[in-house]
Unconditional design. Sequence first.
Length: 76
Amino acid sequence: MEMNEFIKNFANQFDDTDANEFIPETLFRELEEWSSLNALAVMNMIAKKYATKLTPEEMKTAQTIQELFDLVASKK
């Protein structure tokens, strides 16, 4: 699993946010477009692309894309 690919896959879950806003340090919950639907889309993407299921509680612990990446990596 590679960070750049993860960021690209993460960014694909958003329609209106500029791709340049997605970096490891991005506080994704602070993005204007962030919603519970995006959370579900991200969790679904992680399940499909990385064969890793996150619980809603686990998803809530991550604040940045890096933290989410590290969480997924820790479950591999």
